[in-house]
Design a protein around this ligand. Sequence first.
Ligand code: HEM
Length: 496
Amino acid sequence: MTSDHTSTTTTEPPAEPPAGCPAHGRGAGGLTRLFGPGAEDLNALYERLREEHGAVAPVLLHDDVPIWIVLGHAENLHMVRSPTHFTRDSRIWTPLVEGQVKPDHPLMPHIAWQPIASHAEGDEHKRLRGAVKASMEGLDDRTLRRYINRSSQRLVNDFCESGKAELVGQFAEHLPMAVMCHVLGMPEEYNERLVHAARDALKGTETAIASHGYVMDALSRLTARRRAEPLDDAASKLVTHPANLTDDEVREHLRLLLFAAYEASVNLLSSALLQVIIDPRFYAKLNGGQMTVPEAVEQALWDHPPFSTIFAYFAKVDTELGGQRIRKGDGLLFAPAPANVDPKMRPDLSKNMRGNRSHLAFGSGAHECPGQDVGRAIADVGVDALLFRLPDVQLACPESELRYTQSISSRHLVSLPVRFEPRPQQDITHKPSHTNLPQPRGQWSLPTRQRPTPEPLPEPAPEPAEAPAPTQAAPEPVQERRPGVWRRVLAWWRGY
Ligand code: HEM
């Protein structure tokens, strides 16, 4: 994974035969393009490729640069776990070596080799990844979950009185940034501008370079501060790790952590929220206390992996994968999205994958995501906190009107408009105690939630003449006696 992600669907494709023509969506050598006309629905395209070629298919990137896409679950797993045969070092990629990939190729931020853990291998990978892992391992899960919960409450306070919200822009895009600023050691840098800059840098708009610069300035300041005086955060652990990272290496890995975590967590949180709001499977089970939010998040990781594909792995030797002959120097897209729905793995997609964590959303092998606990915690606690505060939350538009943007690397929900009964803000400055704990999930009395109907939004609640004083957090009747074991476990889990 690279730390920059730009839109990968922006280049103008060459003149195209009309839809319905067998040549539609195809380029050099009759190969299928992963961009332009015919590639509007990449998930459907992957299934067509699976039918046509099996577990590994030859495709074209922008400028008709050839690459393989690995569709099979077993084949993806084999590739990422075979460092003798495949590497993440793009410098051996034949189209790059031979100059077919131009410097302005839209995928260049993913393609260009960088001296970071994602692109390194062997001892160098061990050195860099060792420092990154150590920076994550110091995190106390309970403190982290408490922080995520508080940040979620703060975000909900911003819109709970209005009875409506747009959960991608007002919740999912903010929470991961607030959490990552805290984890890295720069909570004071978290603000609307930083969220905007990260979003902009990842979207690859005209202002992306300036936005990227804004984020990098914050990370440079953090590196300098922690070099001068290390504290107990991820940046300090990177600075003081025995791997002796230079300032540039520290900054580049802070960037990797921030962007990798941000983009993936925004996607995961958005799809998990959508799932628990609209999917009757989740709703029915959540209401009956059978399926927990972490299980719902896990299902979202199966069905909507935050990174659909990762650019890329490269063959170090001539080899064979999924019945295809792969030549030394060939590139292969690691592809969690088609792998997670491989019919050999999941013959019935409607079945939930409860208890099964063998999806490839976090990768596997030497480069497996070291931040998965943090990513899961953001989604688990964020969804839980929101549902707790707004148990009647429901979609404010027909599901068919939800829009997504799609690139080869990921699919984003653009917005998630919801409505709910307006509620007062809660005071989150008080140290939480068991008297304001959420009730155990099994006791929730969530109203029966219908599939969203295309009703107009209700009029916003009239503004009170004076802003009501924030109330102590107690939306549900809570018993005053000492909490039972389950409640204490739940309290611990929620980070109190
Ligand atoms: C929330 C959901 C997340 C998902 C789905 C996810 C997914 C992934 C995937 C698929 C990879 C690449 C595997 C490969 O190259 O083969 C990866 C790598 C990485 N992720 Fe995550 N990630 C998530 C969150 C995070 C978070 C929260 C952090 C940091 C706190 C993080 C830090 C990293 C780093 C540093 C790497 C590079 C590791 C290496 O190359 O050795 N990720 N992630």
